[in-house]
Design a protein around this ligand. Structure first.
Ligand code: SF4
Ligand code: SF4
Length: 106
């Protein structure tokens, strides 16, 4: 199992989770942070630090957030792959308004 950062991180990205992660397994993508599933030791330390309650144990991820569980494994392909997938996901849902600051669309 691993922990997963969900949609609520988008627009926040305050990095509180990064500060407390003992194994530095949280990586920054364009619009949100992503936990590396192979490096996360399931300690749960990041969960209470998140001001928007974006972090879940994978098994407790709400069904409508299932997309975000797929991002961690994509770290193997680089952050660019994640950025493209997140953009496509948000565009598909018409959720551009939530994409946050500094995320210029091409
Ligand atoms: S559960 Fe622990 S190891 Fe995994 S991302 Fe959170 S703080 Fe890091
Ligand atoms: S603490 Fe929560 S909102 Fe902040 S960067 Fe981490 S997951 Fe995103």
């Amino acid at each position: 199992m691993t922990y997963v950062i969900s949609e609520a991180c988008i627009g926040s990205m305050d990095r509180s989770c990064v500060e407390v992660c003992p194994v530095d397994c949280i990586y920054e993508a364009e619009q949100l942070l992503v936990i590396h599933p192979g490096e996360c030791i399931d300690c749960g330390a990041c969960v209470p630090e998140c001001p928007v309650d974006a972090i879940y144990p994978e098994g407790e991820l709400p069904l409508d957030q299932a997309f975000f569980a797929g991002l961690g494994p994509m770290l193997a392909d680089g952050v660019e792959a994640i950025d493209a997938a997140v953009r496509a996901h948000l565009d598909g849902r018409g959720a551009r308004d939530r994409s946050g600051v500094g995320a210029d669309e091409p």
